[in-house]
Design a protein around this ligand. Structure first.
Ligand SMILES: [Zn+2]
Length: 270
C-alpha cells in the first residue's frame, strides 16, 4: 500500500515547519535497483534494520539482471533462455526481499545494456508519486565498469525531479524531492568511481538476516563472499571513524543535503 504523506522533511500536514516532531525513526524507503540482487547486496542490512523498526520498505528492480548478473544460471547444463532466466531471478529476488521484510516489484526493462527512455523515467516518477518515499536508495552516479548502475542512478534523479514539479501529470500533484542516498558501486573500485561514503549503517544486528537473503540469490552465489568481505571492510572504516566496535557496515553517499535545525549526532552516542 502507498505510504501516507510523510513529514520527515519537516513539514506538518498544514505545511508548517515542525522540526521537533519529525518522525525520522521510521522513514518510508524506496529502493531503485538496476538488477535483481543489487538492492540486497548493497543495502540489505539497512533495509532489514528499518523494516524491523516499522518502516515501509519497497524495492523496484529495473531489470532482472538476466543477461549480465546471473552467471550461475548461465553456467547451468542444459537448455537456457533469457525468459527462463528472468523467471528464476524474479523468484530469487522475491525470496530475498521477503527475508529482509521488503516489498518488491519489477519493471522488466532490459539489462546489459540498460537504456531508460523518457516513458520509462516517467513510469518511475509515478512510482515515486504513489509511494511518497522519505528516503530513496539507488546506485552511485559514476560506474564506468557497470554502466547499467550509472544509467539507473541518472534515471532515478530524473524521475525524482519530474515527480517534484507541478507540470508533470498535473492532476496527480507533485511530491517533495526525497532524500536520496547512493549505495555501493561495483566493488572494489572506489578508486574508479569516486564513491566516498559519508554515511555508514552498522548492520551487525541484522548481518545474518542479510546473509540469509543473499543466499536466496542463487544465480549470483559469489555475492555472499563478496559482501561478507565488503561488510567487514566498511565495518572497519565505520569503527575507525566512530570509535565504536562496528564489525559489519554498509556505506552510503548522499546526493541531497540534509536540512535540519540542529547538527546531526549518532543515535547511539553515549
Ligand atoms: Zn547490478
Amino acid at each position: 500500500m502507498p505510504a501516507a504523506p510523510g513529514v520527515a522533511r519537516g513539514l506538518s500536514a498544514a505545511g508548517v515547519p515542525a522540526w521537533d516532531n519529525v518522525p525520522m525513526a521510521q522513514p518510508t524507503i524506496l529502493v531503485f535497483s538496476a538488477h535483481a540482487a543489487d538492492f540486497c547486496s548493497r543495502s540489505g542490512g539497512t533495509l532489514a534494520l528499518h523494516a524491523r523498526r516499522g518502516s515501509e520498505v519497497h524495492v523496484v528492480d529495473l531489470t532482472f539482471g538476466e543477461r549480465g548478473e546471473s552467471e550461475d544460471y548461465w553456467a547451468r547444463p542444459g537448455p537456457k533462455s533469457v525468459e527462463e532466466c528472468k523467471q528464476v531471478r524474479e523468484a530469487e529476488a522475491r525470496e530475498a526481499a521477503a527475508v529482509l521484510g521488503a516489498g518488491i516489484q519489477f519493471l522488466d526493462y532490459d539489462d546489459y545494456p540498460l537504456a531508460v527512455n523518457r516513458e520509462q523515467v516517467e513510469a518511475m516518477a509515478r512510482i515515486i508519486r504513489e509511494r511518497r518515499p522519505d528516503v530513496v536508495l539507488t546506485h552511485w552516479k559514476h560506474e564506468p565498469f557497470n554502466v547499467d548502475h550509472e544509467v539507473t542512478a541518472g534515471a532515478v534523479l530524473r524521475a525524482a525531479g519530474a515527480a517534484a514539479v507541478p507540470g508533470f501529470d498535473h492532476e496527480a500533484g507533485k511530491v517533495a524531492f526525497p532524500y536520496i542516498f547512493a549505495f555501493e558501486p561495483t566493488i572494489p573500485r572506489d578508486d574508479a568511481t569516486g564513491f566516498s561514503p559519508d554515511h555508514y549503517i552498522d548492520i551487525g544486528d541484522v548481518y545474518e538476516v542479510k546473509m540469509e537473503a543473499l543466499r536466496k540469490l542463487r544465480s549470483q552465489s559469489k555475492l555472499v563472499r563478496f559482501y561478507t568481505q565488503w561488510a567487514e571492510y566498511r565495518g572497519f572504516q565505520a569503527a575507525q571513524s566512530s570509535g565504536r566496535p562496528v564489525r559489519y557496515a554498509e556505506a552510503f553517499q548522499r546526493y541531497t543535503a540534509v536540512v535540519d535545525t540542529r547538527l546531526p549526532f549518532p543515535e547511539t552516542a553515549a
